[in-house]
Design a protein around this ligand. Structure first.
Ligand code: DX5
Ligand code: ZN
Length: 215
């Protein structure tokens, strides 16, 4: 069964509490929280303050996806806000190894996200140090975009790299995940499905989460 991580980017910010309640009572495993700074990506969302409020409303795993430059400046703030997993972009980190050690030393699981154009082979020497790879299957910045098919090739390649080394690293797919393409994504070797629009625009989000779990 895949880990299902609804992305709150597509939630209703006028009534976040209702969406938290829905997620808490659903089969969702993680909250996927997208932090954007308007520099690394052309959009701005929220930061530790909002996550700190959400933390009071849920005991689920908080999977925080940082689409920001200089993420090392904010690692501690996200830990304090309640992040369980902290994911940084390979494209935003000159000293990725140091950033990963910093995340782990604070007791969080460490993830590395890669943009659609970034080859997974670049992860070779960091794979043993991390808990999760977030493969972007859209260009980061916005919800509701279409899945880039080449991602399936990247999933298979990464799955082989992980298995060859006998590692236990989650492969998370972020962007354009739907009920139609989820099976091919899981069959290729992914373990975590992020879904924003597919969950929050569904007539029945709780049921949509159950359907994704059953993939
Ligand atoms: C995009 C974000 C995603 C986004 C996915 O930059 O990282 O997490 O919320 O949204 P959907 O599932 O609607 O493509
Ligand atoms: Zn994301």
């Amino acid at each position: 069964m895949p880990i299902v991580a609804p992305s709150l980017l597509s939630a209703n910010y006028l009534n976040l509490e209702a969406d938290c309640k829905m997620l808490n009572e659903s089969e969702a495993d993680w909250y996927h929280l997208d932090v954007m700074d308007g520099r690394f990506v052309p959009n701005i969302t929220f930061g530790p303050m909002v996550i700190d409020f959400l933390r009071k409303a849920s005991n689920k795993v908080f999977d925080v996806h940082l689409m920001i430059e200089e993420p090392e400046k904010y690692t501690e703030a996200f830990k304090k806000a309640g992040a369980d997993n902290l994911t940084v972009h390979i494209e935003a980190c000159t000293h990725l190894h140091r950033n990963i050690q910093q995340i782990k030393s604070l007791g969080m699981k460490a993830g590395v996200a890669v943009n659609p154009h970034t080859p997974v082979s670049l992860l070779k020497d960091i794979l043993a140090d991390i808990d999760l790879v977030c493969l972007m299957s859209v260009n980061p910045g916005f919800g509701g975009q279409s899945f880039i098919p080449q991602t399936l090739v990247k999933i298979r390649e990464l799955r082989n790299m992980i298995d060859e080394k006998g590692l236990n690293v989650d492969i998370e797919i972020d962007g354009g995940v739907t009920l139609e393409n989820a099976k091919s994504i899981v069959d290729a070797g992914a373990t975590v499905l992020v879904a924003g629009n597919t969950v929050f625009r569904a007539p029945n989000p709780t049921e949509m989460i159950s359907l994704l779990k059953k993939i």
